[in-house]
Design a protein around this ligand. Structure first.
Ligand code: F6P
Length: 329
């Protein structure tokens, strides 16, 4: 589509892992589009709904009473057919027969990868909204769902700390994030963890064991270690195995927080950024800023070409790891 072709009908879908705040983003997209007199459509189960033709009109009432709900009313799925050109062609035909000429994809980098290919191959501009609890996307200070996931992890770890303290135990808590350490870093700092293991920073395991041993000797028995699931030592179970081998007398417990981190009502921050990003996604389609991811950097809207949003990874500042070390001493 040339940039001059006016977008008149927009589809919206959620793809990849669900994240709290996705519903707030859907609501914002639908209501902004309707405000501008566009025809708005929802697509069920991500790209699968495009291929299977599960596409339906959405008015303002269809997104009432969802801003506070976790998950996604449009559901989400992985779609093998969309990896192939033939699948994407069917998806395009399904949009085209309804006259849909703009698409908003709410998801993570894998979802943007699909959007990028789709918009390159066919006559349909796509806008990405970063929706993932992992916060592993460059070009935005926040991703939709991250803040809620961190708050959920913090609430759970606070509870673990009560029982940890009562029993004088070492707890190794595993949080989500795949190969991104942001949930571990934020929840670990927010709960006063003694150690935080993230894939982005090298962990000196000998040093970690030595510091736990030293604390054990001076009877500082309550210790919290927060580990990213994708850490090279094999998450919390892997770390616990090493610690138990080296310090057999330590009373160690493991807790894997798991999918609880993906659910629940979105935080105020997630509702706010999702609403803001959803509004700007429609603005972008209307003003010709096509094939970008809408982010927020330094509290300003920031637009990253989809091909850069999919490749780049955020870097974790070394300062933050120093803060962890200093505050845990
Ligand atoms: O990307 C979001 C995420 O929750 C990751 O943190 C986690 O590794 C993954 O999804 C889990 O995926 P699934 O729900 O398919 O098990």
């Amino acid at each position: 589509m040339s940039k001059k072709t006016q977008v008149t009908k927009i589809g919206v879908l959620t793809s990849g892992g669900d994240a709290p705040g996705m519903n707030a983003a859907i609501r914002a997209v639908i209501r902004t589009g309707n405000y501008y007199g566009l025809e708005m459509f929802g697509v069920m189960r991500g790209y699968a709904g495009l291929v299977e033709d599960d596409i339906f009109p959405m008015d303002n009432r269809s997104v009432a009473n969802i801003i506070q709900r976790g998950g996604t009313i449009l559901k989400t799925a992985r779609c093998k057919e969309f990896y192939e050109y033939e699948g994407r062609k069917i998806a395009y035909e399904n949009l085209k027969k309804r006259g849909i000429n703009g698409l908003v994809v709410i998801g993570g980098d894998g979802s943007f990868n699909g959007a990028q290919k789709f918009s390159n191959e066919f006559d349909i501009p796509c806008i990405g909204l970063p929706g993932t609890i992992d916060k592993d996307i460059a070009g935005t200070d926040f991703t939709i769902g991250f803040d809620t996931a961190v708050n959920t992890a913090i609430e759970a770890i606070d509870k673990i700390r009560d029982t940890m303290d009562a029993h004088d135990r070492l707890f190794i808590v595993e949080v989500m994030g795949r190969d991104a350490g942001y949930i571990a870093l934020h929840s670990g700092v927010g709960t006063g963890a003694e150690n935080i293991l993230i894939p982005e920073a090298e962990t000196d395991m000998d040093q970690l064991v030595a510091s736990l041993y030293e604390k054990e000797k001076r009877k500082k028995l309550v210790n919290l270690v927060v580990v990213t699931e994708g850490d090279k030592y094999g998450g919390a179970s892997g770390v616990a195995k090493i610690v138990k081998e080296k310090i057999p007398q330590a009373d160690v417990r493991v807790c894997i927080l798991g999918h609880i981190q993906r659910g629940g009502a979105p935080s105020s921050l997630d509702r706010f950024i999702a609403s803001r990003m959803g509004y700007h996604a429609v603005e972008c389609l209307l003003n010709g800023t096509h094939n970008v991811m809408v982010g927020i950097v330094n509290n300003h809207m920031h637009y990253t070409p989809l091909n850069k949003a999919i490749k780049a990874k955020q870097k974790i500042s070394e300062d933050w790891m120093k803060i962890v070390k200093v505050l845990a001493s």
